[in-house]
Design a protein. Sequence first.
Length: 226
Amino acid sequence: MYNRFVTQIIVCLLISCSIQAQDRSIQGKVTTFENIPLSGVEVQVKSTKQVVKTDTLGRFSVACNNKDKLSFFAHGFNKQDVKLKENTKFVAVNLHLKPGEKGKALAIGYGHVTDEDKLSAISSLRDDHDDFSNYADMFELIRGKFSGVQVVGDEIIIRGNNTMGGSNAALIVVDGIEREGSILGMLPPHTVKSIDILKDGGSAIYGSRGANGVVLIETKKGDEDK
């Protein structure tokens, strides 16, 4: 009798824990190029296969287990998976636009980005589409792959974003940290994951610092650098 009572208690606790896990709520936001919100992005919960879509501000909310995984899909962008930890409450995801005009056309055509001018002011390149290790240095890579971009010494000049009476150098941001242009001479191309060139409205988030455009560089992490 006692063993049956203990077993019933354990079963009830397991059911209660399972229900609580399913009721866990995760909030999040999906963007591209760090600050442009994406609407209509599909967010899927691995454990339940539930799918929700982001709103016009890129926000979403889903119920999931304590340790779960979310998958993010949007037309014109590379799919991204995020593993959740037990203490995760908010997830910020930055999707990478696929290179070329087709990626932009899909993103705009499916309504993920409503302001066409935002994406027209942006160029993007990823290592998985163009092997960066083929280039001697970052200056050669940027000079050869981005039209309208010049390399003058250790400065990157983006045509159409010139400051009157001051420096015309673009702002360099590596892994979210603003750096001097000289960092490009010390950064091996094979360690770089992606390069995004922002100008006009795309660089507005950086204020006056991004007046001449912004070069966003993301490096590889851990076993990605192989």
